[in-house]
Design a protein. Structure first.
Lengths: 224, 246
């Protein structure tokens, strides 16, 4: 196996091991996501009969906010004892670190999505448990983690990182979120494929743009 | 003899403010170079550039004959860094920390299950042995499965040295390694560093302390306002250095 792949796997493995020990990221993300869904349920149930038109919006708002918690945490763990320097000292291209951290964020957010989707299907709309929706969620999570890791790296070196991250990330991720919501709406609303497939294309384009940008720009972000 | 590290006319600007000006330095194997200076003199900036953690605004840097500005990833295989920050993950054990860094250096990608006899590899090539050797060398083998967060400052600093020498780098960079250590831990660290430095390596250490860790130093450089102002190769004593820094 090429060294860069082994290095990426080592990074992912280290982050998962740390998470299994501390349970700080995924626990916070899951608790936040489930609480948000329950609150949406109590707030909207008295005034809404059919949740199907609302479900995609609720799903993505929940995933994005929960995902942001994980993003912030994923880079801040590397600030402890200046561990980021340890990564930067490794004989690896800087893009290896970006890909490893972004892949970890994808895994953590997918774990949250795997819990959120059944809960939402029970509370709001059973059609959310659909292979098409799962695919759209997968693409959305990959895109959001790519952009989020890039911005979280920028935010990590600032004092107001918790504020800086969402302020920069949310406007940047807006095209992805619009596309994900509309694609999800199309799938559970049984639209003709041609009516929502372009939104899936927007998700893919977002992934290509931000993972490429992250791979190319990460070096300049971490070296100031 | 070809210099292991050769820096030529290094300069660094933070915004419009120069923090390093025309620093040139050549260090050979077996040398133990101390870079002294007051806080803010540019010591850490220089060391971060030598460690390829920061890019100089101008100048050239070769490490082990490799252009460290063009091929930094290759040059990094020659570098070990010990700083006052440990670069150690507190929620991993001592062994897991070294295993992770070993994998990042491409020397320990298959855990701990392969024994010397089963692979036929020599001890030095076997990742398990490398980790074990490094931990034994810093006297932490008996604490290998303890979380780093349970270690004292002195033990953390020893683990940091084990991490830095895991890949057997010929160049060891030390950034204020005695910060926060008590007298006893500092003495232990000093002895360990001398032993490490003698193993056919070059060592460059920055410090603002003139009383600790200077035993074994073969050359002292004084840096002031980002420029190397003075150099001492004989009679390196605290008194001589104090006079040089004045």
């Amino acid at each position: 196996m090429p060294l860069f792949l082994r290095q990426i796997i080592a990074l992912i493995r280290k982050d998962i091991l740390t998470e299994l020990r501390t349970r700080e990221s995924i626990t916070a993300m899951v608790v936040f996501a489930v609480m948000a869904i329950v609150m949406f349920n109590f707030a909207l149930r008295p005034i809404v009969d059919n949740f199907r038109p609302l479900a995609p919006g609720i799903l993505w708002v929940t995933l994005v906010f929960a995902g942001t918690l994980g993003l912030s945490r994923s880079m801040s763990t590397e600030q402890i004892n200046q561990c980021m320097d340890g990564l930067l000292l490794a004989p690896a291209d800087r893009s290896v670190i970006f890909i490893g951290k972004a892949a970890t964020n994808v895994i953590f957010t997918l774990v949250v999505a795997a819990i959120v989707l059944p809960v939402m299907a029970i509370l709001f709309d059973e059609t959310l448990l659909n292979i098409g929706v799962i695919g759209v969620v997968g693409l959305g999570v990959v895109g959001y983690a790519g952009a989020g890791t890039l911005i979280a790296t920028m935010a990590a070196s600032t004092r107001a990182r918790e504020v800086f991250l969402p302020i920069l990330l949310f406007p940047l991720a807006l095209p992805l979120l619009v596309a994900a919501v509309l694609a999800t709406t199309g799938i559970i609303g049984n639209w003709p494929v041609g009516d929502y497939i372009s939104w899936v294309g927007v998700e893919i384009a977002f992934i290509v743009i931000f993972w490429t940008a992250g791979t190319l720009l990460f070096e300049y972000l971490v070296e100031g | 003899m070809t210099a292991l590290l050769k820096a030529t006319n290094l300069g660094k600007l933070y915004g419009m403010r120069p923090v390093l000006k025309g620093v040139s330095l050549a260090v050979e194997r077996g040398e133990f170079v101390a870079i002294l200076g007051a806080n803010g003199a540019g010591k850490t900036t220089l060391l971060r550039i030598l460690a390829t953690l920061a890019r100089p605004s101008v100048g050239e840097l070769t490490i082990g004959g490799i252009d460290a500005l063009k091929h930094a990833d290759r040059a990094r295989t020659h570098i070990g860094l010990v700083s006052h920050q440990s670069l150690i993950y507190p929620d991993l054990t001592a062994r897991e920390n070294l295993a992770f860094y070993g994998r990042m250096y491409g020397i320990a990608d298959f855990g701990f299950s392969i024994s010397d006899s089963s692979t036929g590899q020599s001890a030095i090539q076997n990742p398990k042995s490398k980790i074990e050797n490094a931990l034994r060398r810093v006297n932490l083998w008996n604490r290998k499965d303890d979380f780093a967060r349970t270690f004292s400052r002195g033990m953390i600093q020893r683990l940091t040295i084990a991490r830095a020498i895991l890949h057997d780098p010929p160049l060891l960079l030390l950034d204020e390694p005695f910060t926060g250590l008590d007298q006893s831990s500092a003495a232990n660290l000093s002895a360990l560093l001398r032993e490490t430095a003698l193993a056919n390596r070059a060592v460059i250490m920055t410090t603002h302390e003139l009383t600790r860790g200077l035993q074994g130093v073969t050359r002292a450089l004084v840096i002031k306002a980002g420029r190397i102002e003075n150099e001492l190769t004989d009679g390196i004593t605290p008194d001589a250095l104090t006079a040089l820094m004045a």
